[in-house]
Design a protein around this ligand. Structure first.
Ligand SMILES: Cc1ncc(COP(=O)(O)O)c(C=O)c1O
Length: 368
């Protein structure tokens, strides 16, 4: 079988599933409306309906969604926030911008989500917020943690950058906390044609503040009521995202089907497969390589299969965190997973011959 290199993600395939995409896009482009306007309003309305929430504020990245969400918690410098170290740097960046103290919680070795015991080991009177990361599309809290946070007035911002469409107990992730922060980065489950994101909430104060803050604190044009930033979603990106939302059920089921195919057919004693619950939509397919990760990566790459490591260096080991040595105590599982994990190509509408090639190649891997 002679196939081109199989990429780790391939968002163009999703665009190809949208009816008359090229024609509609060029038509929209020629209207010359690039910032704000109807496209953004329409997308926010559609997302509100999808999540059954009162408010959606689009932003220009998942990073901004997190920063704006954390700003709305109104915490004091030095307040502690529980957060996993096994995530993309943006999650923690948001806390550091406000002088908050990240306190890292460890993850479970096989689900990669927040370890409940580690949550309870680290939570204390100074804990003012919890920032769970629904990594790879998986739920990163439990009923017990949610109840504890509620009873102890610990605010929750959910990092949903990788969990668009995933549910927990029949309710969308992002709707459990005070605010859900999403990314529309192109390789995400719901990705656009550039940077983008949104926050979802039922809190009218948060909504009113953020609609202003993301647009230079303006109430009306050139009427700046408060200080702000520019974190607007581009109009053309909103247009494409809106069309993508119309086919999101197909995107989600294609992801779930690919996950089921991989989990049914990948069979190799050197590897541990990921697992997702029925309600979750996988964003990435990440395998633990018990021994010889570099060999596995070289072997796949030399056979035309791309790989990526989410995440090779957990946040507590990043140079930027040297000033915060107190933030990480027992990171045993986080360290273990970071040394063993590899992601293989995973995207909707993958062709059968690509799926087969990935499975056959992965299954042939052995340490000699
Ligand atoms: C878990 C997590 N949080 C936050 C972000 C930041 O999103 P963005 O790249 O859209 O700024 C990402 C995306 O890379 C992510 O994976």
């Amino acid at each position: 079988m002679n196939l081109k290199n199989i990429p780790i993600a391939d968002p163009i395939r999703e665009l190809k599933k949208i009816k008359n995409f090229n024609k509609s896009f060029i038509n929209e482009l020629n209207k010359g409306r690039f910032v704000g306007g109807e496209n953004v309003i329409r997308l926010e309305e559609k997302l509100k309906n999808k999540f059954s929430v009162r408010y959606v504020v689009t932003t220009n990245s998942g990073t901004d969604s997190l920063i704006l969400s954390v700003a709305e918690l109104n915490l004091k410098r030095g307040d502690e926030v529980l957060v996993p170290s096994f995530t993309f740097f943006a999650t923690v960046e948001a806390l550091l911008h406000f002088g908050l103290k990240p306190v890292f919680v460890d993850i479970d070795r096989f689900s990669f989500t927040v370890d409940e015991q580690s949550f309870y080991d680290n939570v204390n009177k100074k804990t003012k917020a919890f920032l769970p990361v629904h990594i790879f599309g998986k739920t990163s809290f439990s009923q017990s943690i949610l109840k504890y946070c509620k009873e102890n007035n610990i605010k929750i911002v959910e990092d949903c950058a990788q969990s668009f469409g995933s549910k927990y107990n029949n309710k969308f992730l992002g709707t459990y906390g005070d605010i859900g922060a999403f990314s529309f980065f192109p390789s995400k489950t719901f990705g656009g044609i550039g940077d983008g994101g949104c926050i979802i909430t039922n809190n009218s104060k948060v909504y009113k503040n953020l609609t202003k803050i993301k647009n230079h604190g303006q109430k009306n044009l050139y009427d700046h009521e408060i200080n702000g930033v520019n974190s607007r979603l581009d109009s053309l990106n909103a247009y494409v995202l809106s069309m993508k939302l119309d086919i999101f059920d197909d995107i989600a089921s294609s992801r779930v089907n690919l996950y089921n195919y991989f989990n049914k057919n990948i069979d190799n004693p050197y590897l541990t497969k990921p697992f997702f619950k029925d309600e979750e939509v996988p964003n990435y397919y990440s395998i633990l390589v018990k021994k010889g990760r570099n060999k596995f990566i070289e072997y796949l790459n030399s056979n035309g299969i791309s790989t990526n490591i989410y995440y090779k260096k957990p946040i507590h080991l990043q140079s930027a965190m040297k000033k915060y040595p107190f933030a990480a105590k027992n990171m045993k599982n986080t360290n273990y997973v970071s040394r063993k994990i590899v992601s293989i190509p995973f995207f909707p509408f993958m062709e059968n011959k690509e799926k087969q090639k990935i499975v056959e190649t992965v299954n042939r891997f052995e340490i000699v």
